[in-house]
Design a protein around this ligand. Structure first.
Ligand SMILES: C[S@@+](CC[C@H](N)C(=O)[O-])C[C@H]1O[C@@H](n2cnc3c(N)ncnc32)[C@H](O)[C@@H]1O
Length: 409
């Protein structure tokens, strides 16, 4: 039991020591906790029910975050006595999940994960293990005959499939922001096993179309220990009518941009005490339109942040995209102090990385202080003296006396 806890504990804070998305071998080495000393590693450990974390990138693109996570997980498994070959199979089967709205992106991510597994296990392609990376399908396209054959008059299967079909209607409009109902997934997989050797005209359609549909529904419904992503950016004016209506109804506090919607959605995807690591625009930290979202997010612990500002990506010129990468944990520890790296001054990717690794411009801030400043900005660099001033009764008295002066009509 102790080992179980230790392993969960060791793999969870993948990003606890570092900025959300480190790069290079150095950060690989330091961005997870090693198991505590004194644990004897030997073959017998592998027979214990060791539970490693389950991770997802819900907007995986071509899967480069997944491949990075793969490399980190290999090191965690190796620390627990696994060979890289055994670890690779287990990671693909049990730990890594990815979703994208775009079919071509999902194909690239599939290829990238397979090749990463092949890097650690030369025989991986022959093992018949398929990565859990999926393009989000929509139920509108399902073949009704294959569906009837699959359900086979079983009311439990009927109920589960009806629920998923309702939830995933027009799913390509919404992608991973869809909150799918948990249904009896094991019962559905048992039926897929049953039909695998069946002789029926609709068997192939059921296995080729319904199985990925159910796998993707599972990916959207289940909870993860860690969600890591670089979500899409899309202002409300760029959203189509269906997406816009869905976001207004389900994500009221973040509706003005899809990246902010994903901040809320990633929080829904994690377990209690789970982690969400993201790189997003930094607008949510300051703008009044995100004040309610800030209130929601900061009810959980902001573990760390690399505040990147403009020019974090050399390929995106100018000041257009200002970003921040951060890790939130679904917990609320009283008086929690997060670590913040202010990297907005360097004007290149390399300059920011150098400053981060040199440990310069670091701040340790108690996030409960943010709400003492009007509008609750994530002002981690503000000194205690300034916070005290905002917190003083005189400021309250003064601000309550503000009123409208001379005006014209
Ligand atoms: C900025 S890219 C990030 C890709 C990847 N996470 C990375 O860092 O390389 C955003 C990805 O989100 C995908 N995407 C856009 N809208 C989506 C949605 N609603 N659900 C899931 N994926 C979406 C895009 O197809 C694109 O691949």
């Amino acid at each position: 039991m102790t080992i179980l806890t230790t392993v969960r504990g060791s793999a969870s804070p993948l990003f606890a020591n570092q900025g959300a998305l480190g790069c290079g071998d150095e950060s690989l080495r330091i961005c997870y906790f090693k198991p505590s000393r004194g644990i004897v590693l030997h073959e017998a450990m592998k027979r214990l029910c060791i539970q490693f974390d389950v991770l997802i990138d819900p907007c995986m693109g071509s899967g480069h975050i997944l491949c990075y996570l793969f490399d980190v997980l290999i090191k965690v498994y190796e620390d627990y006595g696994y060979s890289a070959r055994d670890a690779a199979s287990s990671i693909v089967e049990n730990n890594l999940w990815g979703l994208d709205i775009d079919e071509r992106a999902a194909q690239l991510a599939y290829f990238a994960v397979m090749m990463t597994a092949r890097k650690y296990d030369r025989r991986f392609f022959r093992r018949g293990i398929q990565p859990h990376v999926y393009a989000i399908p929509e139920s509108n396209e399902l073949n009704p005959d294959a569906l009837a054959y699959f359900i086979n008059g079983n009311p439990k299967l009927q109920e589960a499939m009806d629920t998923l079909i309702t939830d995933l209607h027009d799913a390509k409009e919404y992608g991973s922001i869809l909150n799918v109902t948990q249904v009896d997934i094991p019962a559905l997989y048992a039926r897929f096993d049953e039909i695998r050797n069946d002789v029926n005209l609709w068997r192939d359609a059921a296995l080729n179309q319904l199985l990925p549909f159910v796998q993707c529904a599972q990916a959207l419904a289940q909870k993860y220990h860690v969600v890591v992503t670089n979500p899409p950016y899309m202002g409300s004016s760029g959203m189509g009518p269906k997406l816009s209506a869905y976001v207004k109804k389900n994500y009221k506090d973040s509706k003005s941009d899809l990246f902010a919607v994903f901040m809320e959605r990633c929080g829904e995807m994690i377990t209690d005490d789970g982690y969400q690591a993201m790189i997003t625009q930094h607008a949510w930290m300051f703008l009044s339109s995100f004040e309610k979202l800030r209130g929601k997010l900061l009810s959980h612990d902001l573990i760390n942040m690399a505040h990147l500002g403009a020019r974090a990506f050399d390929e995106i010129g100018g000041e257009v995209v200002q970003t921040t990468s951060f890790v939130l944990r679904k917990s609320s520890v009283e008086g929690y102090k997060g670590t913040y790296c202010r990297l907005i001054e360097p004007t290149s990717q390399q300059g920011k990385e150098d400053m981060f690794l040199a440990g310069e411009n670091r701040y340790v801030a108690d996030q409960s202080n943010f709400s003492k400043i009007p509008g609750s900005p994530v002002a981690y660099w503000v000194s205690d003296a300034v916070i005290k001033t905002f917190d003083s009764p005189q400021i309250m008295d003064y601000s309550s006396k503000v009123c409208k002066g001379v005006f014209t009509v």
